[in-house]
Design a protein. Structure first.
Lengths: 284, 257, 292
């Protein structure tokens, strides 16, 4: 008699409380870091390849609190990524919406979009730099390019694949195209659109950083590259951690948006919104 | 019983392809205020026939008219209910019920009051602001019913609305449905593959047989109203069940009708 | 009274419709449009309207294509280098991704332990570690392979986990009731169930590995399509750079089609045609066995 069940995989997990889990993770983390540090000091780990956590930590402290050099670079890269995101998403969304509404447009445009996506947007980096120069605009442009596709394809798919019964319902109620679009297509597609936006955010950050690698004077990406090339490993790892932080903060932002907007997918949120609407209700 | 004929079909035919004839040569007259069950096995064309009446699909041949006007598309006096409740997940129950008003552009105090009352009528007190995902299947269908009532349509076309629910919920909803539509102004056509349900609800049962889809028989149900679940075990009821089955198996065995 | 509603919406969803299948009316239409565009582009350039540094003339691009492929023939070497880097990196990345995912699914302890690190790795732009890898591995091929592997491991990892965890409880119960061992459950139930999702992950991996290799080349390399294009653009040889870009596009497109073909063949139970063929094959094999 086998002892396998999917339950077993999740069982241990569900029974632990949040505090329990946090302390466990913390404990593991401390052990890992401790081991790393120890290994470095004992000479097992080459300091040039994997600098000890303390050195990295110090470097971070230095960047944030002593020289304060990191803030500007952080801002630059964030700015590039966010601008790229806004531009890429706007273009992606508008093209998708136009394609969804107009079959003619869709037939002519969409196949190209698919083909173009097959090439990693990254490959165009040299061109972007050549066209936009070494300044911020090339970073924003690459970010926009890289992050344009997921929102485009997701929005298009979401708007086109609507539940047939819902469509029939709207037809039977005599809805016109505008009502169909706003009251059914858009809300129905929201989950997949937001998934696309999340991917776009990741892409935008990557685009900005890769463009910086290619040529830049400011930004966390180029900072990290400079450190690495000068064999300043603590610095480059510190910069990597900063980039991690950037990614995490953007990720949290996107998650927050997801939770707020897609309220009908989470039980607690549904109850919240339910109460709110009940309170707002009045016959007049 | 009013004599006014509300729905009339003459030689109504719908062929999707040369060989797939969903409805062939349907001829019937449905008087105002009556409840007609459309029963038959899966794939016999009953849903198609319903959609022809509703104006959601076009006929291939023949004639279908509502209130002496030919059906060319969806109409305000016809309301629909499907097997899936088809509620919009992001709207509360009452907002779903108000959808028809929103589309028609007349969401005023009367509409809102009517929506509220509608939800009370179908037994969803205290659930007016719940979201579809928070409701059970049966409750979702009740919201769909309230939405149907909200349209103010007096011709109700229901396509196996309780098919996805368990027996007990279905029985309860059948009784409630009768209570709500038992009105000389409301004409109802109810599609189902459940013979008991078909007979329980109706004044007349249209039995449909598949390939091609034809109305093989139109049986009058003379059971007293209001109907109760206990009636289902009476000999009269069972005789009717047998009558319907005979029509169906007669066809399914290949024997000519 | 018919509504204005265009129910065409659900029936006309051919998004990639124009290019699928063989030569048809749609294909010809697109070809004509393409030719017209190229003509306009060419004319704009010749009359001095377009900037040749920005968008070189189509004729020049064609000449460059000829040059890099035939006369100089240098593009073959670089294509091969990038291909090697990407494929090797993809292989490593997939193995690691799938391996970690399997371990995570089979051991709940491991999975719990891994969770926070996965979230962090997911949020971090993995490609950012490029310079560090180049410093560690040098300017040679290994840094490209490493970055490609790192970048592409995530998709197969996440997808394999999702796929393996997607097995329904009832299927497990069935296997348990038949007394199956853990190994049998894994190979006969979990893996086949997870295959479609895993495959999707592999497709993504191939794309990302390619991108990773290119980025590593941008950072520093001596050979490969990335550095080739970089050199051309830096020396303002735009026609050749475009030629290189087109090569990459074509290459990616071919790869994409290959992945789709594999997907199609492996997941035979998704298409009626393949199912019938397999069904036939198996019934014939069965009959043969019964006779002997």
């Amino acid at each position: 008699m086998s002892d396998v069940s999917s339950d077993g995989i999740l069982k241990g997990v569900k029974e632990l409380s949040l505090v329990h889990k946090l302390s466990m993770h913390l404990g593991v983390f401390v052990i890992l870091i401790g081991g790393w540090e120890l290994g470095s000091r004992l000479g097992y780990v080459n300091e040039l390849i994997m600098p000890p956590p303390t050195a990295i930590g110090y470097r971070l402290y230095e960047m944030f609190f002593i020289t304060g050099s990191i803030y500007w670079h952080y801002f630059v890269t964030m700015f590039e990524a966010v601008c790229g995101f806004i531009i890429g998403v706007s273009i992606g969304l508008s093209l998708a919406i136009t394609s969804a509404i107009s079959p003619v447009f869709r037939r002519y445009w969409a196949p190209y979009a698919i083909v173009f996506n097959v090439t990693p947007g990254i490959a165009v980096t040299p061109f972007i730099i050549a066209w936009f120069g070494f300044g911020w605009s090339s970073k924003i442009a690459l970010a926009a390019l890289v992050c344009f596709f997921p929102p485009f394809i997701n929005t298009l798919t979401g708007l086109l694949y609507i539940d047939k019964d819902a469509t029939e319902l709207f037809r039977s109620l005599g809805a016109n195209r505008k009502q169909y679009f706003w009251k059914l297509q858009i809300p129905s597609a929201l989950p997949i659109i937001i998934a696309g936006l999340k991917l776009a955010m990741t892409g935008a950050l990557i685009g900005a950083i890769v463009a910086e690698f290619f040529s830049a004077s400011e930004g966390v990406g180029i900072l990290m590259q400079r450190f690495a090339f000068r064999l300043n490993m603590d610095g480059s790892f510190a910069a990597l951690i900063v980039m991690s932080l950037m990614g995490l903060s953007l990720f949290t932002l996107m998650e927050y948006m997801d939770v707020k907007v897609l309220f009908w997918r989470r039980h607690s949120r549904m109850e919240e919104v339910s109460k709110k609407r009940k309170a707002k209700w009045s016959i007049n | 019983m009013a004599d006014e004929v509300v729905i009339e079909a003459k030689g109504l035919t719908k062929a999707f392809t040369e060989t797939v004839i969903a409805v062939e040569d349907a001829i019937f007259q449905i008087p105002k205020g009556s409840f007609v069950s459309l029963v038959g096995p899966s794939g016999c064309g009953k849903s198609t026939l319903l959609r022809l009446i509703a104006g959601l699909i076009d006929k291939t041949d023949g004639n279908i008219s509502v209130r002496n006007a030919e059906v060319t598309g969806p109409r305000k006096d016809i309301g629909l209910m499907f097997q899936k409740a088809v509620l919009l997940e992001w709207r509360t129950a009452i907002e779903n019920v108000l959808l028809p008003n929103e589309i028609r552009g007349d969401v005023g105090p009367e509409a809102k009051q009517k929506a509220w009352d509608g939800l009370q009528l179908v037994g969803l007190k205290d659930f007016e602001f719940s979201f579809p995902r928070q409701l059970s299947g049966g409750m979702q269908q009740r919201v769909a019913l309230a939405r149907l009532l909200q349209t103010g349509a007096d011709i109700m076309l229901l396509d196996e609305p309780f098919g996805a629910l368990d027996e007990f919920t279905r029985e309860r909803l059948n009784v409630e449905l009768l209570r709500i539509v038992d009105d000389p102004e409301i004409t109802t056509i109810f599609v189902t593959h459940n013979i008991t349900e078909a007979i329980f609800l109706a004044d007349k049962v249209f039995v449909m047989t598949p390939r091609p889809g034809r109305i093989a028989a139109m049986i009058d149900i003379n059971l007293p109203k209001p109907r109760t679940i206990e009636m289902e075990t009476t000999p009269e009821f069972n005789a009717l069940i047998k009558e319907v089955r005979d029509v169906l198996s007669g066809h399914l065995d290949g024997a000519p009708l | 009274m018919s509504t204005e509603l265009d129910t065409d919406v659900n029936h006309n969803i051919e998004i990639g419709g124009g290019f699928k299948g063989g030569l048809g009316g749609a294909m010809i239409r697109h070809l004509i449009i393409l030719l017209v565009l190229l003509f306009v582009w060419e004319m704009a350039n010749r009359t001095g309207m377009g900037d040749p540094l920005l968008l070189p003339r189509p004729t020049d691009i064609v000449l460059s294509i000829w040059k890099i492929y035939v006369t100089q023939g240098n593009v073959w070497y670089h294509l091969w280098v990038t291909f090697k880097e990407a494929m090797l990196g993809c292989l490593i990345g997939c193995i690691i991704g799938i391996g970690l995912a399997t371990a995570a699914v089979l051991s709940d302890v491991f999975r719990q332990f891994l969770k926070p690190y996965i979230i962090i790795v997911e949020a971090t732009p993995r490609i950012a570690i490029g310079p560090i890898l180049v410093t560690w591995f040098g300017f040679g091929m290994s840094s490209k392979v490493a970055l490609a592997a790192l970048v592409c491991f995530f998709a197969p990892f996440v997808n394999t986990i999702t796929g393996l965890l997607g097995v329904e409880e009832e299927s497990y119960e069935l296997f348990r009731s038949l007394g199956a061992t853990r190994k049998q459950v894994f190979w006969r139930l979990m893996i086949p169930t997870a295959l479609p999702t895993m495959n999707a992950g592999l497709k993504l991996a191939v794309g990302s590995a390619f991108g990773g290799a290119l980025v590593a080349e941008f950072i520093s390399a001596q050979a490969g399509m990335g550095i080739l294009m970089a050199r051309y653009t830096m020396s303002l040889n735009m026609p050749s750079a475009f030629a290189g870009l087109l090569s990459i596009t074509l290459y990616g497109f071919i790869l994409f089609r290959i992945m789709e073909a594999i997907d199609y063949k492996v997941l035979y139970w998704r298409t009626d045609e393949l199912m019938e063929k397999k069904s036939l094959k198996r019934s014939l094999a069965w009959k043969k066995e019964m006779q002997s």
